[in-house]
Design a protein around this ligand. Sequence first.
Ligand SMILES: Cc1ncc(COP(=O)(O)O)c(C=O)c1O
Length: 413
Amino acid sequence: MDMKEIKKDFPILDQSIRGHRLVYLDSAATTQKPKIVIEAIQRYYETMNANIHRGVYHLSEISTLAYEETRKKVAAFLGAKDARSIVFTRNATEAINLVAQSWGGKHVGEGDEILLTEMEHHSNIVPWQLLAQKKGAILKYVSVQSNGTLDLNSIDSLISERTKIFAFTHVSNVLGTMNPVKALVEKAHERGVLVLVDGAQGAAHLPVDVSDLGCDFYAFSAHKMLGPTGVGGLYGKLDLLEEMPPMLGGGEMILEVHKEYSTWKSSPEKFEAGTPNIADVIAFSKAIDYLKKITMEVVHQHEKELTQYALARLMELEDFTLYGLKDAQHRAGVISFNYANIHPHDLGTLLDHQGIAIRTGHHCAQLLMRTLQVPATARVSFYIYNTKEDVDAFMLALIKAKEYFNRGTRSAR
Ligand SMILES: Cc1ncc(COP(=O)(O)O)c(C=O)c1O
């Protein structure tokens, strides 16, 4: 597959920003959308729009069918054996909150422990803090070593009789570290501990087979994998989902409503109260088609090559600080760094003036920033539409930013 051709499928990338070709290097925040996804949203509203699961007329039937077909497609894409184990949510954040509130609300009590890691996105910390505060539970954290990997040797001693769940990210959105999910699941399960994997950066960039990984829950966001915003999902083992109470009550999730109580449907309907984001779920199926055509193996390989190429050039720079593994073989396509004493926000602005979009700040990972002992970093992240030319443009812009910054600080003296 000619990866250079891929860019043409993304209309947004065919534009200039401040007189420069747009180079988008912030796909870990959200990915751009291929034309087929954008067109699917428009087609839905022009030809199919109707509420699902409730109409007996044609439009409602075809919308329902397309919505449920997407569920089957997502299940197959993630290796889930049964489509009923995929619950659509607004995003990965909501999926994690669903597990914390519903499963955690039922199974976590006073003095119980929840194991997290220091490299988690706030989305995989705050929901557990809310649960722990409500229940009097205790949070423990696996620490991050100086090379950007988890201290795996500490896990045995961090798990106790009271540990109920181990929630960790598949791939760090700051360091690009890919965690050994299968081995961690085995370790946790040996001790009777359930596992939630935050797959926001995993499902988008790596081949994922939840059945093979053995995890109990896997959360993901469509917008990070070429799909629309406002759609995400939770894979959960069916027996766990079946015994979990709903998080939200309302229409479509009930079997019967009485004055004092209601009964509800089984999974996934039980967790999808109210009218869902029908158009965007249906358009998400086009994103999955697109990724499947390329294959996740090629997606990962492409990002690895770009990361290797970028890292080799970055490491030659003076005053360059890399966070995380130096070895591109073992990291995903995310590079966090600081450069030449330029504050990341200033660097981001200087690069933006050259058409380069990067992310700066704490990346919703303040615990990790404290471990790294920095308030913020600059971050570039790659996806299938990025090329070596993008890396070259970024490198050139970086060097110019330093020159510009040095000129500015010299004249200020
Ligand atoms: C590792 C990780 N987890 C969770 C999230 C939250 O994703 P969302 O905002 O789509 O819920 C992100 C978003 O950047 C992420 O990188």
